[in-house]
Design a protein around this ligand. Structure first.
Ligand code: SF4
Length: 450
């Protein structure tokens, strides 16, 4: 006897935002797939569309609102039944999103793991019942367990989030208001997750958090990040451990020594400095100062001459004078970061910096950001040229076409940095290979397989 055939429900998923949000997306995808829904790549023709948004700065918000508007349009045409908005923007705006008619449910960060139940509940509501359900609650007491993810990244590398929220309160930043106070994940939970990812094929883990080196401080632990790293190093099969988002003031001698002495923690540090002028840093409510940041860079390079440094800066912060901007530019020329991202300042609603006097006109903010990026381009190109002729170990990200492959050496973080194009290479994704750099192609390296 044949059973009654159940109609499958398709869910289209739009994953936006930073690596922290990607981890949330991966957990939601696991919940959705595990509940029997079919995850569809066709977001314009799915029964339900879930958009996991970012609400960090204006462009991210615009991108999220664009994706929501597109889903609502498909709903109006009848090719989508329900639209669910999750993530940072939901947490930040909550029921204010009701003004966008057509959203069926808004899901905050603490409700992430209930996404399948929310989808079911939303599907039960008829079109006539309409209205938007809001599932947003306080995040401060919530520590998410990120094990059991459905990875968006390839199996051979993954993000490992060690904490949630931030206690720093930089005056321009919406994160503490959206993601709450800093909460470390328990160490055994992080280690179990790392082991799970490695067992599933990861050879590289990028450690992420809003402020990675604050790890453990909310629990009264000192040097908890170093202790965690030393335990992670013992996980067999984990070859590269990468540290992202280090707050300069928290990079101490013990952390530098831990990285320098490790075979597995790569000599790569992502350390957003935001600015270098001391008055601007004070207005940003950052605890770093020019002198300490410069000393730190020198110390990192003395301990690891081959260290690759990435940073982020903000151009056109309120009150930034021509002289203060010139000081930032001079510093960038001095520091010679291997990679640098620059955002023009965005006055984010609800942040102290948005209320500061002497806001800089948008045109000047953009112009300053462009100047920084042009300056950095010259530095980056010089550094890339200096690699020509060097032998490197690369992790293959993608095999093909033909006998070409793409990969990265330790100085290239996945998704954000440049890549290596490797000629004459038939290795598979996840393999480590020896290469020789033969040329540069913009920010990328052209290599031959050895
Ligand atoms: S440390 Fe980073 S996440 Fe925390 S408030 Fe400052 S900019 Fe935002």
């Amino acid at each position: 006897m044949k059973g009654k055939q159940q109609k499958v429900v398709t869910v289209g998923f739009v994953a936006l935002g930073c690596p922290k949000n990607i981890v949330d997306s991966e957990r939601m995808l696991a919940g959705i797939g595990g509940a029997g829904f079919v995850i569809s790549p066709d977001v314009d023709n799915a029964d339900v569309v879930v958009i996991n948004t970012c609400g960090f700065i204006a462009p991210a918000k615009e991108e999220a609102l664009g994706a929501i508007a597109q889903a609502i349009e498909q709903k109006q045409k009848g090719s989508v039944r329900k639209v669910i908005v999750a993530g940072c923007l939901s947490q930040r705006m909550g029921d204010q999103l009701a003004s966008m008619k057509g959203i069926d449910a808004v899901v905050g960060l603490a409700e992430r793991d209930n996404i399948a139940a929310i989808i079911r509940k939303t599907l039960k509501k008829s079109r006539r019942q309409g209205g938007m359900e809001v599932y947003v609650s306080d995040v401060d007491s919530h520590v998410a367990d990120d094990r059991g993810r459905f990875l968006i990244t390839p199996a051979h590398w993954a993000y490992l989030r060690i904490s949630e929220g931030c206690d720093r309160h930089c005056s321009f930043c919406t994160i503490p208001a959206i993601r709450g106070r800093f909460r470390s994940k328990p160490e055994d939970m992080v280690l179990a997750e790392a082991e799970e990812l490695v067992a599933n094929g990861a050879v590289e883990l990028s450690i992420i958090a809003q402020d990675s080196n604050y790890y453990g401080r909310d629990l009264g632990r000192k040097n908890a990040l170093c202790e965690l790293l030393k335990k992670m190093e013992k996980i067999g099969g984990l070859d590269w451990i990468r540290l992202m988002y280090l707050y300069p003031a928290g990079v101490d001698d013990e952390l530098i020594e831990t990285i320098a002495q490790s075979e597995r923690i790569v000599n790569y540090v992502d350390m957003p400095i935001q600015h270098i002028n001391n008055d601007i840093l004070k207005a940003m409510r950052r605890t770093d100062r020019k002198e300490t940041t410069m000393q730190l860079i020198e110390k990192l390079r003395a301990a690891m001459p081959d260290i690759v440094l990435r940073t982020t800066v903000i151009a056109g912060f309120p009150g930034e004078t021509d002289a203060q901007f010139a000081e930032l530019l001079d510093f960038i020329k001095w520091a010679k970061f291997d990679a640098l991202g620059c955002f023009p300042f965005f006055a984010e609603e609800g942040t102290p910096a948005a209320e500061l006097p002497d806001q800089i006109p948008e045109e000047i903010r953009n112009e300053r950001a462009d100047t920084i990026m042009r300056t950095q381009q010259e530095i980056a190109f010089e550094k890339i040229d200096a690699l020509t002729g060097k032998e490197l170990t690369c992790l293959i990200d993608e095999a093909g076409p033909g006998d070409e492959a793409t990969g990265r050496y330790y100085g290239q973080a996945p998704h954000i940095d440049s890549i290596c194009h490797i000629k004459g290479c038939k290795a598979n994704a996840g393999d480590f290979v020896k290469v020789k750099v033969i040329a540069a192609s913009d920010y990328d390296l052209v290599c031959e397989y050895k």
